[in-house]
Ligand binder design. Structure first.
Ligand code: ZN
Ligand code: ZN
Length: 349
């Protein structure tokens, strides 16, 4: 075992003998007391402001229209609706547990604070799937959908690489397992949600299930902030611990993204093929664009030359609603909580 397998130290809850200003992002020293005005990475405070001002709860959204429309969806539309709600729940539920466990092995208390908010938001996301389903269907069907999520073969296959890396980290806490788990986490947050989001936005542009679409847009905004923060943490860890940035890690990352894009393609072909308004090839191009963008955020080379722009033009109309200056499609009233000086980076979804 080399340097990369070095054990990570678990944080102490409070250690008054250590300084408040964290000495390193991992395996460092800190008292655990957080003064946001004196932190090693000021960008983590910007992330905190972005995360915390995104606050929303599903109950704000009126689901009466969706309740009427759900039984009127075509069989394909309803199947995709159920499958995607189930899929999204399999992403948000484990992410709550993961982010909590990760935080215990990162020294910087600013990361712990942001992880607490991310974890809380994943809980809300998960609740919102229960809320959506409770608004439109009976308990038996709700349970069928949540069961489907854990038994559907393509969903299991999709989640496997992520859960393998998460479990490796849980079993052996080293710099290497941490970085790999965070890379898989950035795939979960930055790739795996997006064909699901696009499906709901496609319904909204046909004036269907707009309550669900509004909830999805809140989740989308949160996930963008999560993936951005996670990539900042990865860059900080690799920056402070260059021995972790091996050729093997770069190869692992590229393979992981490539595999995620293949799984997303398989899923889209299976679930979205017959959905009116969705062009599966266009969807795959969009996912490749997302992969390039995420790799760029990690400071790594892109995988798909020529996919540096979002060619799925209609989805931009929804992405643009994350900024205050543009037309507010969903009339997101909680967007007014946001301060204008925060660089939210949502223009280029
Ligand atoms: Zn989430
Ligand atoms: Zn998330």
């Amino acid at each position: 075992m080399g340097e990369n397998s070095k054990e990570l130290t678990r944080i102490k809850i409070l250690e008054p003998l250590n300084p408040n200003h964290s000495t390193a992002i991992i395996n460092g020293k800190t008292s655990g007391i957080l003064n946001w005005n004196d932190i090693p990475y000021p960008s983590f405070y910007r992330a905190y402001k972005e995360l915390s001002t995104n606050y929303w709860i599903p109950d704000e959204v009126d689901m009466k229209g969706d309740a009427k429309q759900y039984p009127q969806l075509s069989e394909e539309e309803r199947y995709a609706f159920d499958a995607i709600i189930g899929l999204l729940a399999t992403l948000d539920s484990p992410q709550t547990r993961f982010i909590y466990n990760i935080a215990e092995y990162v020294t910087d208390p600013a990361v712990h604070a942001n992880a607490a908010i991310i974890g809380q938001q994943e809980v809300i996301h998960n609740e919102s799937y229960s809320y959506v389903l409770a608004s439109i269907t009976d308990l038996k069907n709700q349970n069928r959908i949540f069961d489907f999520a854990r038994t559907h073969e393509t969903i299991i296959k999709r989640n496997e690489p992520i859960m393998d890396a998460y479990n490796d980290f849980m079993e052996h806490k080293s710099g290497e397992t941490l970085v790999k788990a965070l890379i898989q986490s950035s795939i979960l947050e930055g790739i795996n949600f997006y064909s699901g989001f696009a499906y709901f936005y496609n319904l909204v542009r046909q004036n269907k299930m707009t309550g669900t679409g509004k909830i999805i847009s809140f989740i989308n905004r949160d996930e963008l902030a999560h993936s951005k923060f996670i990539s900042e943490v990865i860059r900080a860890i690799l920056g402070e611990n260059p021995e972790l940035l091996t050729d093997e890690l770069i190869e692992y990352t590229h393979e992981a993204f490539k595999h995620a894009v293949e799984l997303e393609t398989e899923w889209s072909s299976e679930v979205l093929q017959k959905i009116e308004g969705i062009d599966v090839d266009e969807m795959v191009d969009y996912v490749k664009y997302r992969a390039n963008k995420m790799l760029g955020m990690l400071g790594m080379d892109e995988l798909y030359p020529g996919y540096s722009d979002n060619t799925m033009t209609w989805i931009k109309a929804y992405a643009d609603n994350f900024t205050e200056t543009k037309t507010d499609f969903f009339e997101m009233r909680n967007s007014s909580y946001k301060k204008t000086n925060i660089d939210n980076g949502f223009d280029d979804l």
